[in-house]
Design a protein around this ligand. Sequence first.
Ligand code: TEU
Ligand code: CA
Length: 548
Amino acid sequence: MKDFKKSTVYQIYPKSFYDTNGDGFGDLNGVIEKLDYLKNLGIDYIWITPFYPSPQVDNGYDIADYYNIDPSFGTLEDFEKLVVEAKARNIYIMLDMVFNHTSTEHNWFKKALDGEEKYKEFYIFKEAVNNELPTNWKSKFGGTAWEYIDKFEEYYLHLFDRTQADLNWDNEEVRKEIYSIVNYWIEKGVKGLRFDVINLISKPEKFENDLDGDGRRFYTDGPKIHEYIKELNENTYGKYDDIITVGEMSSTSIENCIGYSNPKEKELSMVFNFHHVKVDYKNQNKWELQVCNFDNLKKILNDWQLGMQDGNGWNANFWCNHDQPRIVSRFGNDKEYHKESAKMLATMIHLLRGTPYIYQGEEIGMTNAYFTDINQYVDVESLNYFKILKEQEINEDEIYKVLQERSRDNSRTPMQWNSSKNAGFSQGKPWLSINDNYTDINVENGIKDKSSILYHYKKLISLRKQYDVIAYGNYLPMLEDNESVFAYKREYKDEYLIVLNNFYGREVEIELDIQDLEKYKCIITNYEERNLKLRFTLKPYESIAFIK
Ligand code: TEU
Ligand code: CA
């Protein structure tokens, strides 16, 4: 059995990972073929984003059938083989469970539209109020959250795309269907579950306009959320002691996340939150640019580290996923300091208290796509916002600048395996353009060079297994007022860890207050190894960790 505090999770976006049949789409066999690469990296779990039958409006987060595999990804047999082959390499599979909504192509929704009352109750249909929409809530992908159905003279709720209808969790029948789905996959040998936007499932009793917001305050961490997660736990994964779970928590609070992840509460093993990856949003708006507010980043990460520790909660720590731009292009420097800044960011996040998640390609320093033509973009959110920003009469150059930084397609470009055609991802035409820098940034080059970003990640994964202080230690912020350095200490029994990270491309001098200097040894760095001193200068993007 694995200890999730000593584990590292690797996220695979299968559509962009490896294509084995030349149709331009990555597939499950592609994941199987690359298992040795992942074993070598040392990861413990693979989280695979949705591969179920889906019209792919939101790249699989619009599920039409929870019990099958979309033919473009393969078959159930392929999936079963993946579980077995992964296990043979001591890797477990974590599935992505999307239960806030289904695709409107799901049978439940189709039956609802056919007027079957039982299935209408699976969703959230409301009448107009004073000839207006039921509420003024906004979809997270732009526009209203309500879609009108003529024949019912009613609207249904969709917090995401109009083809992603929100499920009615207050209906016990819905909850039971969900338990069956989860148990079905557990029986197939799945050892991890990632629950998509799970803190949005409990809607308020009364639906009302949000006079100063987009509605999120009514359904985020909603009234029955803890009750529903406890019930889910009890009826599914809670019956086993070797299944780990992670909840994706949108706009949440530390207090709620302690509830979700404190083992006493019997809800989830750990939680993702997104506050630290919004520090470059201007006015909280993803579509307005601002440079990373470093003070804010430090404050948020320190508050979450300390808050979750005090409440015995557990964080899932990450910089990248399939919704986020590439971190080296974002808080690092993907030009002059590509290697240095990618390694610094890796060390920074992996040595925190919590379980680290790596998103495919992050371990070789993949960068943003920098697409220059709207036809290169595929993501529904990017396409919607391209229209919305145009309607706001923002000029096209500016819109491209925003998309180049914020589009989710940045993280979804195909994995760069080598410098051959299509980066070794596919023999056919890839569904999304490959980043031009693949001849330089790719796995094969990473394997050849012992000083690569790839080896740095490999080392971080093994350090977590080697030193208990990384897995279990207490967290203490250091140099809190420093404007360029993110530093912290960890302590566990008689083990001590010090981590120093320069977030900028200039030197910075720091002064430390530490006893027993000579007892500390360097365990990882992105420059030369050196000794700890009370006063020293960190080089551009330098990152160094010491252990006593
Ligand atoms: O994302 C939830 C979510 O709200 C965001 O990360 C979202 O993509 C972002 O706010 C848009 O700016 C999850 C999945 O990770 C995402 O891929 C899905 O599109 C979404 O849920 C709907 O299922
Ligand atoms: Ca394929």
